[in-house]
Ligand binder design. Structure first.
Ligand SMILES: [Zn+2]
Length: 179
């Protein structure tokens, strides 16, 4: 019986090549327009640079340890380190068992995630503004008047699906409808 093992352990040299490729990928144009995506791309690039330098230095003094780190980084299924295992490691080695520090990281992360969401929403609303202004300008403030077929006689709309666009605009933007 033969076991087919499709996971191949990377060498530090191979991972350094991957990290170099990844770092270049974060620098080439076109860069993402979305500020959050742009920010994370820049962070990923500098993390790849930092990891490459540290791995290169470690490989020069302790190739066995470097290979261990590469194997850990690759993960058992080649999908990267296990986030939970690394959180436990941080708790032990970096926070030295100080749970309030970990809690502070979580709180700070949540605060940043919220402010990033607000900025993204505000930007989306700003990008949509020309379209929403256009819809508002084109909408007839008179209410729809439906006949027995469900067609809108007020706006000459002879369909029920989709219904009269003026009615749909009144629903989306209540201020377009006459009071
Ligand atoms: Zn209508």
């Amino acid at each position: 019986m033969t076991d087919i093992d499709d996971t191949t352990a990377q060498t530090p040299e191979e991972l350094l090549v991957d990290l170099g490729e990844f770092h270049m990928r974060t620098l080439v144009s076109p860069l993402p327009k979305q500020p959050a995506a742009m920010g994370w791309q820049a962070v990923s690039g500098s993390m790849a640079a930092g990891f490459a330098r540290a791995l290169h230095a470690l490989n020069a003094v302790d190739p066995v340890r470097a290979r261990e780190i590469v194997t850990w980084f690759q993960g058992p299924f080649e999908d990267g380190p296990d986030p939970e295992e690394h959180t436990d490691w941080l708790e032990r080695e970096v926070a030295k068992g100080d749970f309030s520090l970990l809690d502070k990281w979580v709180q700070e992360g949540q605060r940043l995630a919220e402010s990033s969401k607000e900025a993204t929403d505000a930007r989306a609303a700003e990008e949509l503004k020309p379209l929403t202004d256009l819809v508002k300008g084109l909408t007839d403030p008179d209410p729809c008047h439906f006949d027995h077929h469900g067609y809108c006689q007020a706006h000459g709309w002879y369909a029920t699906n989709p219904p009269c666009p003026h009615g749909r605009a009144h629903t989306l933007f209540p201020d377009t409808k006459e009071p």
